[in-house]
Design a protein around this ligand. Structure first.
Ligand code: NI
Length: 160
């Protein structure tokens, strides 16, 4: 396993649409392990493959309940709305208010390429939406209400 370099806001790779994963090859497996390690090392709650420069539909999320790996994720259902501060490891030290669903149900594939459904509420729902947006070349700053601002150090653990 190895830490990977996180691409920063403004890097053109973050604006690109990622390709689906057909098979979990050793290379994809290594990518997933490296993404987890990189997310934890940076105190993130999520990381998407394009953030480490790989244009594949792979996401890792951990809001403190253990790692969730999503391959080719797709949001199937949403409900409610929450407006909260959100940040991103590709724009460290910054955050802004973003409205996201309070609940989402996601369809994806796991590392064995088995179809899974995962549900998330609150921060987990937000993390799923934020990371899946990355796969389509979107950053939270596009959705920020009232602009992006500097955050206090203790808020940085909620970056994805
Ligand atoms: Ni992000």
């Amino acid at each position: 396993m190895a830490l990977r370099n996180i691409r920063q806001y403004g890097d053109e790779v973050l604006g690109k649409v990622c390709r689906e994963v057909k098979d979990v090859t050793p290379r994809i497996r290594e990518l997933i392990e490296d993404m987890k390690e990189t997310m934890y090392a940076n105190n993130g709650v999520g990381l998407a493959a394009p953030q480490v420069g790989v244009l594949r539909r792979v996401v890792v999320v951990d809001v403190g309940e253990g790692p969730i790996v999503l391959i080719n994720p797709r949001i199937m259902e949403t409900s409610g709305e929450r407006t909260e501060e959100e940040g991103c490891l590709s724009l460290p030290g910054k955050s802004g208010l973003v409205t996201r669903p309070a609940y989402v149900k996601v369809e994806a594939y796991n590392e064995a390429m088995e179809r899974i459904e995962v549900e998330g509420e609150e921060l987990l729902a937000r993390a799923f939406c934020h990371e899946i947006d990355h796969l389509d070349g979107h950053m939270y700053v596009e959705k920020v209400e009232g602009g992006v601002h500097d955050v206090a150090y203790e808020e940085e653990e909620e970056e994805g």
